[in-house]
Design a protein around this ligand. Structure first.
Ligand SMILES: *Cc1c(COP(=O)(O)O)cnc(C)c1O
Length: 439
């Protein structure tokens, strides 16, 4: 059976392009482009057949189906040759029952999907495997591409560098000088990317990368590129599959540029259209107060897009004031009866530490999602018998400084869940007393 996908203008002007065209916006009207699939061809298999196919590829090592993304290849990027796929077998991250955290907030059926437990430590791997694979196919088909480029201070550059290195394609990373941490720099450096440290801010880097990618031999990997969404959309499909094809009541996730929520909605909608599920979950987007344009737009019923200059937030991966995928995300919120809620810096810090004390190790973005969950439990928007899945977007180990700062003693700021090491003489009685004094 022949399956197909193509790029189509998101504004509905009808323009279509090949996924191998080097184009990021509609030539006719300037709209963003979305990947569309030949649903009629996909419908020739029944929903039961698709479920069986996806199940049969779970935990296989057969190339490339062992990946959570490529195990759904026909729905993601069907026309790519298997040899062109660049994959670390991303996806299939654990979705586990957060029993104790759930008990604390009277929510028995609480689950965490650890999509940050991935090769480069964030869900960005899910999208980057598709983008780099498409480029590898273009090169195999004779297109000349020198490099794949992005401006990013964190997870996108880490993911691009790793997948490009896997494929043997040069990655070009533009970073604002002195504005990124060592942890953010070291992944692309280790993977051999060409890393430029520029005397400007993030927006300055973004402008330059857009200029650079006017050269058709430099392919742009920033989130305007909709190929990444095809990989990211598998997260929702995977969650449903992990519940034996049952749809949870709620999915909560942190949101910045709004690509991930758009992708989540896209995957779930595709499942419904192809008959694998017959209802949709409600979606909650979580934002930090310091960078809350989507929350403000939600509050005015999406009458107009709100933008802002994002202020500093510990949730640096969602510190975005003018989200690229706004229009897509609004559609998703309308279809999924969505909610946008926000938390303060204090709330996100405490939410993270509180969750960690039940065994988690949350990144600050996931902490925003958890803080929002706590709020929605307190006001009973989310009810105690609901099944809730929180998507964790990065691995907490990428954010050691955030943890350190919270737990270090500070005279100025009181941290509710801070846990500091006890400095004490190596005296057995003193230590015993200290252990016994803990209730
Ligand atoms: C990119 C990223 C986000 C935000 O995703 P968007 O698609 O920009 O909304 C959230 N958390 C982490 C860890 C990320 O890397």
């Amino acid at each position: 059976m022949k399956f197909n996908s193509w790029l189509e203008c998101e504004r509905g002007c009808g323009s279509r392009y090949s996924i191998y065209d080097i184009i990021y916006q509609c030539k006719e009207c300037g709209g963003l482009l979305d990947v569309h699939h030949d649903l009629d061809a996909l419908r020739k298999k029944s929903s039961k057949e698709w479920k069986n196919i996806f199940e049969s590829r779970r935990a296989t090592n057969q190339w490339p189906y062992g990946s959570g993304v490529w195990g759904k290849k026909e729905w993601v990027s069907p026309q790519i040759d298997d040899e062109s796929v660049a994959s670390f077998f991303e996806g299939w991250t654990n979705c586990f029952w957060a029993k104790r955290l759930g008990q604390e907030i009277e929510l028995h059926d609480l689950w965490l999907k650890l999509s940050g437990n991935s090769h480069t430590g964030s869900f960005k791997d899910l999208g980057m495997t598709v983008l780099v694979s498409v480029v590898q196919q273009m090169i195999a088909d004779g297109k000349k591409i020198k490099a794949i480029a992005c401006a990013s201070t964190g997870d996108t550059s880490a993911a691009l560098s790793a997948y490009a290195a896997y494929a043997g394609i040069r990655a070009v990373i533009l970073l604002p000088k002195n504005k990124v941490s060592n942890a953010q720099l070291i992944q692309p450096i280790s993977n051999g990317a060409q890393v430029f440290s520029l005397n400007t801010d993030f927006d300055g880097c973004m402008k330059i990368v857009q200029e650079l990618s006017k050269d058709p031999e430099i392919y742009l990997a920033n989130s305007m590129n909709s190929l990444r969404m095809e990989g990211q959309k598998t997260v929702g499909i995977e969650i449903v599959q992990q519940f034996d094809w049952q749809v949870p009541d709620w999915i909560v996730l942190p949101a910045g540029n709004l690509g991930n929520v758009s992708a989540l909605g896209k995957g779930l909608s595709m499942m419904k259209e192809l008959g694998l599920i017959d209802k949709l979950p409600r979606i909650v987007c979580a934002q930090a107060e310091m960078a809350n344009p989507f929350y403000l737009s939600y509050k005015n019923n999406f009458k107009s897009k709100q933008t802002m200059k994002a202020q500093n937030t510990l949730a640096s991966a969602i510190q975005i004031g003018d989200p690229v995928s706004y229009e897509r995300a609004v559609k998703v919120m309308k279809t999924f009866d969505g909610i946008v809620e926000q938390v303060s810096e204090e709330e996100l810090k405490d939410a993270s530490a509180r969750a960690d004390q039940t065994g988690l190790y949350t990144c600050p973005q996931t902490a925003v999602a958890l803080g929002v969950l706590f709020r929605l439990r307190e006001n009973n928007t989310i009810q105690r018998s609901d099944r809730v899945v929180v998507i964790s977007t990065a691995h907490g180990l990428k954010f050691s400084k955030f943890k350190n700062d919270y737990h270090s003693e500070s005279k100025d700021i009181f941290h509710r869940y801070a846990n500091t090491p006890i400095e004490i003489e190596p005296d057995i009685e003193l230590i015993k007393n200290s252990i016994n004094s803990m209730t």
